[in-house]
Design a protein around this ligand. Structure first.
Ligand code: 5AD
Length: 353
């Protein structure tokens, strides 16, 4: 048996490897090992979640952002970006439409926009929860103080997504301007978990300057942090950033990493991301077949679509009608999966296997 396959078996059995071993598992991957990891990831996911794929309605509430992350198309310094912000009423309308289509989780994602104070958000979350008590609310609104996160949680928010972007301080500083620190990001993630949020971290695959040893560190971080959710997708350049001429991350490596993450955290809620579907026509399906179990179609209103451009050529997978939802269901059915509309909370497992 090849050494790399031995490592894959070790990962399956222990759900843990050293950083060095993660690095080898990536560098020396071959067809045999990829097939093994993918099959095991599928098996592990099936034992916990069956053949269900959870759907979340993504509402991109604002592309106004005070940060200036070098890779991101909506970075504050991009003067070519046409800015918008949904009003709380518009956001509620998206939830109403989404609810009617069957969605039971809404993800409110946006740039770090000062308009969305704790008061504004708490009132909005309260309204969503009282109109749709059977729905989960997920927030993805960047770094905030612990007090702020606590208020949002007390108002009824259930989950929070905040990608760590990279677990390596030096790489973090190459992707973000001075002033943004990995330490603060990790502090936020710790706070979110302590408060009781189902918490998601994640990173981009193939980001500029990223090496396999950085990715190995990300995997170790995920193993130690034990997130409830984990968002990974290929980096894709955006024309108005310094990384405009860099190449995109690969779908193949992204899928391999999805399988590895499934084996590290068997019960993790793992989306097959829009970025993956953007770099590969069958990206969504490939992600699910690699161990992902979440898809996040877009519920943002028509007039702002195309303005939330984190990267170029972003694919739009919207579910604006029952017909769209049917076609997503069919896409999943074709690969043996069933779309589930319920809240889709993380399943707790006692012995972990
Ligand atoms: N390519 C791929 N993903 C990106 N993100 C931001 N910019 C890009 C890009 N150019 C990701 C970041 C962020 C999430 C909302 O989108 O990881 O956390």
């Amino acid at each position: 048996m090849s050494d790399v396959l031995k490592l894959a078996e070790k990962l399956y059995e222990n759900r843990s490897l050293s950083v060095d071993e993660y690095e080898k598992l990536i560098i020396y991957r071959n067809d045999e090992c990829t097939r093994y990891i993918m099959a095991k990831a599928g098996e592990v996911r099936k034992n916990i979640y069956g053949n269900s794929v959870f759907i979340r309605g993504l509402i991109e509430i604002s592309n106004i952002c005070k940060n200036n992350c070098y890779y991101c198309g909506i970075r504050g310094g991009n003067t070519n970006c046409e800015r918008y912000r949904l009003t709380p009423e518009e956001i509620l309308d998206c939830c109403k439409d989404g609810y009617a289509s069957g969605f039971r989780t809404f993800v409110l994602q946006g740039g770090e926009d000062n308009f969305f104070t704790d008061d504004v958000l708490c009132e909005l979350i309260g309204k969503i929860k009282s109109l749709f008590p059977d729905c989960a609310v997920t927030l993805s609104l960047g770094e905030r103080s612990k007090e702020s996160y606590q208020k949002l949680y007390d108002a009824g928010a259930d989950r929070y997504l905040l990608r760590h972007e990279t677990a390596d301080e030096v790489l973090y500083s190459k992707l973000h301007p001075v002033g943004m620190k990995l330490q603060s990001r990790l502090e936020c993630l710790k706070n979110l978990k302590e408060i009781g949020f189902q918490t998601g971290c994640g990173f981009m695959v193939g980001a500029p300057f990223q090496t396999v040893s950085h990715i190995a560190k990300d995997l170790k971080f995920i193993e130690e942090f034990q997130p409830h959710m984990c968002g990974i997708g290929p980096f894709i350049p955006h024309k108005d950033t310094v990384f405009k001429d860099e190449k995109s991350g690969s779908a193949e490596l992204t899928c391999y990493l999805l399988s590895i993450i499934r084996l590290i955290c068997p019960n993790v809620l793992l989306p097959s991301t829009t970025a993956l579907d953007t770099v590969d026509e069958k990206g969504c399906e490939k992600g699910i077949l690699s161990g992902a179990n979440v898809v996040m179609p877009n519920l943002s209103p028509e007039n702002v679509r195309g303005k939330y451009n984190l990267y170029n050529n972003k694919k739009f997978t919207g579910v604006q009608s029952a017909k769209d939802l049917e076609s997503l269901k069919n896409r999943m059915k074709k690969i043996g999966f069933q779309v589930l509309c319920d809240r889709g909370d993380v399943i707790k497992i006692s012995d972990g296997k």
